[in-house]
Design a binder for this molecule. Structure first.
Ligand code: HPA
Ligand code: ZN
Length: 372
């Protein structure tokens, strides 16, 4: 479904679901009521690194359980180190935090905690990134990683009614040969992940460095995504699309620097998984009020809101929604569009997508009735 810009002065949203046009009034909402709506609406989360959901308390609990020494004296000392200048300064601490993960149960507990928290934010579907190389480099078997995460995803379905799947990310600061070796190790477990992505240090590691391994993944029928245009230039978004042939761009906020790219992203409805608090904490924008999410939406792009690394960036998905709306003055129409985009952009079945879109519409109608 797509929303057309509101006719001036008429606060209703026109929704196009299939060929049907549905209209309902969205009255002007106070900031407080809008925040309630943002939290209550069903949504999908498509950009969350599971290692970035490790809260300092869980890092310390796992360090103790596994007898791992941390270079921080306490939970507070670790949390106070969470002040970043850019992507790399974050990654250094993020990889240190992941060093406490050794056993299948550790990966299970981490994903269980995230999925419970996501369900609390009315996430009905999550596509979760994981970084196997961060763990295999420390001698942890890839089966340990994938089996623990996958079991948590399965259990979340029965416990929270949330659907969850996994996307294996290659670390772009390592070589393509290393990515190929990781893929080979993962292939016996191919039924436990739905796609591959590309993350870690962006500058100096353009998408085309991974052209061949992505081509192989495409032949295997895996879904393809890549981080591009977080700190890197619009050229990295072009090559993620044209060389890697990805279906979604993670971040992608630098696209606004290139008008032709903006037109293509809008025309092809190529989703961007945007992470406002991450962009603020890694100084991609000087302040949240300078974030370009509204500009991306108003240009017709399929932008979504996500948490990236919620334990490190000061908030889960609903915090991202409420803070970026408060900072940029977006409206209930933008809220509907973002939730709808998250389902459209997901790799779920068409039947699931239809059901979630229906639930979204109902949640807005119910909210508007209570408000009217
Ligand atoms: N960018 C790149 N790599 C990452 C990120 C990110 O935002 N989070 C975790 N790994
Ligand atoms: Zn990310």
């Amino acid at each position: 479904p797509r929303l057309r810009a509101e006719p001036k002065g008429r606060p209703w949203a026109a929704l196009f679901i299939g060929r049907k046009t549905l209209m309902f009034k969205v009255p002007p909402l106070s900031a407080k009521r809008l925040a309630v709506l943002l939290c209550a609406m069903p949504k999908a989360e498509l950009h969350i690194h599971i290692e970035g959901s490790l809260e300092p308390e869980l890092i310390f609990a796992l360090a103790q359980r596994n007898d791992v020494r941390l270079p921080y004296a306490s939970v507070e000392a670790l949390r106070s180190a969470y002040a970043f200048d850019n992507l790399q300064s974050f990654l250094d601490i993020y990889y240190a935090g992941a060093s406490v993960l050794l056993h299948e149960q550790d990966f299970y507990d981490m994903a269980r905690a995230y999925l419970a928290r996501a369900a609390f934010d009315n996430v009905v579907h999550a596509e979760i990134f994981f970084d196997p190389q961060t763990h295999t480099a420390r001698g942890v078997a890839i089966e340990t990683v994938i089996n623990g995460l996958h079991r948590a995803c399965e259990d979340a379905r029965s416990v929270h009614g949330i659907s969850a799947s996994l996307i294996l990310c290659f670390l772009r600061h390592l070589s393509e040969a290393d990515a190929f070796a990781t893929l080979e190790q993962a292939l016996p477990l191919q039924d436990k992940f739905i796609g591959v992505g590309l993350d870690s240090s962006e500058m100096g590691h353009p998408p085309e460095k991974f052209a061949q391994v992505f081509e192989r993944c495409r032949a295997l029928g895996l879904h393809l995504v890549a981080h591009a245009g977080e700190e890197g230039p619009p050229e990295y978004i072009w090559s993620a699309l044209d060389v890697l042939k990805v279906e979604r761009i993670d971040h992608g906020v630098q696209a606004v620097k290139d008008a032709a790219l903006m037109q293509r992203l809008a025309k092809e409805r190529i989703p961007l998984t945007v992470c406002p608090l991450s962009n603020q904490k890694l100084c991609v924008f000087p302040d949240l009020k300078n974030h370009n999410l509204r500009q991306l939406l108003d240009a017709g792009l399929c932008a979504t809101v996500n948490s990236d690394d919620p334990a490190y960036f000061g908030g889960y998905i609903n915090d991202n929604f409420t803070q970026v709306f408060a900072a940029t003055g977006m409206t209930p129409r933008h809220a509907y569009q973002l939730a709808s985009n998250s389902f459209e952009a997901s790799f779920a079945s068409e039947a699931d997508k239809r059901q979630w879109q229906h639930r979204l519409k109902e949640s807005f109608e119910r909210f508007v009735e209570h408000d009217g």
